[in-house]
Design a protein around this ligand. Structure first.
Ligand SMILES: [Zn+2]
Length: 338
């Protein structure tokens, strides 16, 4: 495994490769949304920093250091991630695993690498880390991952090099899924767009045992919207949401993608941006043919706004039943034959 085995992120890989050729810095921050592959690339860079014979493509993969790293027994690699029972990485863990550990020289080679999920550090934790970043020993290298630079204290940001990761294009997501043996050709294009170009999200959804059937059920619900009675919608329709309560954000996202796709047919969006390309028949049929493109645009925009509002409402302690029933009635109004 070297940089070339990671799909995409060419610019970031090139920068890391040049750093390996020269004298790498003491601190790097890998920036990008969840599921973009920050930890994957940071780990590969860590392996290369520890490798006995690294090149522009990263670690050699065969030296003793590389073998230890792959077997997760490298004595000079520290990986500070959130523990499932905690909400943040506790400041004591930063002190123990970083501050106190930093004074011990590497056991194996000439470097020690600390990989830290910095999104999970609060201000206290970041301040504890800052002390180590201010005057690191020559052998220390810090690799932080973070969803956005603003999450870091300015005092930390001023001491690090930023490595920004880019969202994947559909072809790259297709390659990422294919490498994992996931998704047929038609599905890969759906996952590429639905995941918003995030490879990790696409892998999670395509590899899950629930997403495929939830999507089919949501498509059925969507098809029924236009001809279901108000009572049926508030009973069977609500039941669909209630029985999938934990997955409500995903159902809303799937519905949102369908409504956005329908905007293609009313001229609001470009056809190449269709997410549900495998469901054209449903997309064409859902709005009554008798309505004008202007009216269709108005209806779709209102339906989409209602879905977004519901998505936001889930984050507050709104009444679930009240919120979903309200959404169902708004959707029915916009989709039913006028
Ligand atoms: Zn090696």
């Amino acid at each position: 495994m070297a940089f070339s085995s990671i799909i995409g992120q060419e610019e970031a890989k090139k920068r890391l490769g040049s750093a390996l050729k020269g004298l790498p810095g003491h601190a790097y921050v890998f920036v990008g949304p969840d599921g973009i592959g920050k930890t994957l690339l940071a780990r590969e860079f860590a392996k290369a920093l520890l490798c006995n014979d690294p090149g522009v493509d990263g670690a050699c993969g065969s030296c003793t250091s590389c073998r230890n790293f792959t077997n997760q027994v490298h004595p000079d690699f520290r990986n500070l991630q959130l523990e499932s029972k905690d909400k943040v990485i506790k400041v004591e863990r930063v002190r123990q695993s970083v501050s106190a550990d930093l004074n011990l020289r590497p056991q194996f080679g000439s470097r020690k690498v600390y990989l830290i999920a910095a999104d999970n550090l609060n201000e206290q934790g970041q301040n504890a880390l800052l002390k180590s970043l201010e005057e690191p020993p020559d052998y220390a290298c810090f690799l932080l991952t973070v969803t956005s630079p603003e999450r870091l204290l300015p005092t930390i940001l001023s001491r690090v090099a930023l490595i920004s990761l880019r969202r994947y294009c559909p072809a790259q997501i297709g390659a990422i899924l294919a490498a994992q043996g996931l998704g047929s050709d038609g599905q890969q294009s759906f996952y590429a767009r639905f995941s918003g170009g995030l490879g990790g999200v696409a892998i999670d959804l395509a590899g899950s045992d629930w997403f495929g059937s939830l999507r089919q059920d949501t498509l059925k619900f969507y098809q029924n919207l236009s001809h279901q009675s108000r009572t049926a919608l508030l009973t069977a329709g609500y039941q669909f949401f209630d029985s999938n309560r934990n997955y409500t954000p995903v159902i809303l996202d799937i519905l949102g993608s369908l409504v956005r796709d329908q905007m293609v047919f009313s001229g609001l969006r470009l056809k190449e941006n269709l997410t549900n390309q495998d469901q054209i028949a449903i997309l064409r049929k859902s709005l009554p043919e008798s309505i004008s493109p202007e009216e269709a645009r108005g209806r779709l925009s209102r339906a989409y706004a209602a879905l977004l509002a519901a998505r936001r409402g889930l984050n507050y302690n709104a009444s679930y039943e009240g919120m979903i029933c309200n959404l169902l009635l708004v959707l029915r109004k916009e989709f039913v034959n006028a």
